[in-house]
Design a protein around this ligand. Structure first.
Ligand code: ADP
Length: 332
């Protein structure tokens, strides 16, 4: 029994590392007592759905071992400090920054203490989106104090580290250091940081992700095929960096004509959702191409801040569901 139980456990594959559960460090050696096999799983970084699947797989594997009459699975999750959710895209211009800003505002409106880090070195735009243009972060000793937006979302941006209008042409180590200053700032009681990554899947993004270990990543894509190819690249990038993917958001999906109200699909329809299904990813939702979103974003008044707003509120609620932590080890 002491030999067959670990082998059975090892036959179950960890969804993130692709290794057996013990090899990946997810599970300690199972115990066996009076017909009952017990195992403790560390489910840190896994979504609720992935945890449930893993639990079922472990129970099936262990109950199949001759002599085992019952299986008990306990799940624990590492208590982490502030969590980071990365928002990425395979390419620029798909609305990644717009989604990040509105998601952070919607989370605040739900009562989640969310802050925003704009790491987009190619085009930091969060100061405009969150109406903090011209505000410079102050420093407390070594640490920066985030700037408070009118929407209750504290934020810091790569754009605040250079003079306005100055192009940022940093290399990997410099961007990682600069990002470190933003992430390790005085965030106070902020529980969750939305990290607006630079578009693409190059070395700079990889350094950022590896160093700051987001608990999850959201991928923004438009329904265009090309964008989806890039989104697929983003998926494999996060897989490679061992960052679980919360899901994909399809942006600019369907256009409602402001004059006649007819809905057309200039970039196709449902492509990102279909791709998410093919890649076995979560699909968080669809945001229409809406002139209102663009003009409000330009004006620094995010639609998510409006009373009764539903679209971003729903996306934020899905993220919270995904994050919902395992509170304490409990045998099931
Ligand atoms: P990214 O961060 O991916 O480069 P942005 O968030 O800066 O993209 O968006 C690019 C442009 O598209 C901005 O002008 C923004 O206002 C606009 N935009 C983003 N999403 C939408 C949308 N759903 N409807 C209309 N315009 C949008």
């Amino acid at each position: 029994m002491t030999e067959t139980l670990p082998a059975a456990l090892e036959s179950v594959i960890d969804p993130i590392s692709g290794k057996g559960l013990m090899a990946s460090g997810r599970a300690a050696a199972p115990r066996f007592d009076d017909g009952t096999a017990s195992v403790v799983l560390d489910v840190t970084g896994l979504s609720g759905d992935a945890r449930a699947k893993l639990e079922t797989a472990v129970k099936q594997a262990l109950i199949a071992v001759p002599g085992v009459e019952a299986v008990r699975v306990a799940m624990t999750a590492e208590k982490r400090g502030r969590k980071i959710i990365a928002v990425g895209s395979g390419k620029g211009g798909v609305g990644k920054s717009t989604v990040s800003a509105n998601l952070a505002v919607a989370l605040r409106r739900m009562g989640i203490k969310a802050g925003l880090v704009d790491a987009d070195i190619y085009g930091p735009s969060q100061s405009k989106l969150l109406s903090t243009e011209g505000m410079r972060p102050t420093a407390q000793g070594e640490k920066m104090d985030p700037v408070m937006s009118p929407y209750g979302v504290p934020m810091l941006s790569m754009g605040q580290l250079v003079k306005p209008g100055q192009a940022i042409a940093w290399r990997g180590p410099m961007t990682a250091n600069a990002l470190g200053q933003l992430i390790d700032a005085e965030w106070g009681d902020t529980d969750l940081l939305i990290l607006d990554l630079p578009p693409g899947t190059g070395d700079i993004q990889l350094t950022m992700v590896q160093k700051y270990k987001p608990v999850g990543a959201i991928i923004v894509s438009t329904p265009q095929d090309l964008s989806l190819i890039d989104a697929a690249r983003a998926v494999s990038f996060f897989n490679q960096a061992n960052v679980p993917i919360v899901g994909m958001i399809e942006n600019m999906a369907g256009y409602a004509c402001p004059h006649c109200g007819e809905v057309s699909d200039p970039f196709g329809h449902g492509g990102a959702q279909a791709a998410a299904m093919t890649m076995e990813l979560g699909f968080l939702g669809r945001i229409p191409l809406d002139a209102d979103i663009r003009s409000k974003s330009d004006a620094g008044t995010p639609p998510a801040a409006e009373d009764g707003e539903q679209l971003f509120a729903t996306l934020a609620a899905k993220l919270v569901d995904w994050l919902n932590p395992v509170r304490s080890p409990a045998f099931s």
